[in-house]
Design a protein around this ligand. Structure first.
Ligand code: SF4
Ligand code: SF4
Length: 132
């Protein structure tokens, strides 16, 4: 089993999840985070941190494996993120405080191929909806 990020995370990025992960297995896309299923140790610590319940065990709410596939594919090409970043300007921080600085050692998302940052290309998933 692994934990995975699902569609409620799209365009959210409060990122309360990333700093609690003991193995730093979150990866940052343009408007979504992904968990690397091969690195996740199934501790479940991140699940209650997510304010929109976007993090689920892969055994839940993913009967056809779409979100497991999204997490697996994109965690391989997106940069690792271990520090809570800036939420989009239109969305307030969940804590009401300004987010701390992000991990500047991570490679730039500009290095990721265009096809990889648009996650709607995987399985026809409606990932650009503003769900949260
Ligand atoms: S806390 Fe939840 S909604 Fe926010 S970035 Fe993490 S998984 Fe996405
Ligand atoms: S379940 Fe644990 S190891 Fe897996 S992503 Fe969440 S915090 Fe990290």
């Amino acid at each position: 089993m692994t934990y995975i990020v699902t569609d409620a995370c799209v365009k959210c990025k409060f990122m309360d999840c990333v700093e609690v992960c003991p193995v730093d297995c979150f990866y940052e896309g343009e408007n979504f985070l992904a968990i690397n299923p091969d690195e996740c140790i199934d501790c479940g610590v991140c699940e209650p941190e997510c304010p929109v319940d976007a993090i689920k065990p892969d055994t839940e709410d993913d009967p056809d494996g779409k979100w497991l596939r999204v997490n697996s594919e994109y965690s391989k090409v997106w940069p690792n993120i271990t520090v809570k970043g800036e939420p989009p300007p239109t969305r307030p921080s969940s804590s009401g405080k300004r987010a701390s600085s992000r991990n500047t050692s991570a490679p730039s998302r500009a290095a990721v191929p265009d096809s990889a940052v648009h996650i709607g290309l995987i399985g026809g998933l409606p990932v650009f909806r503003d769900l949260c």
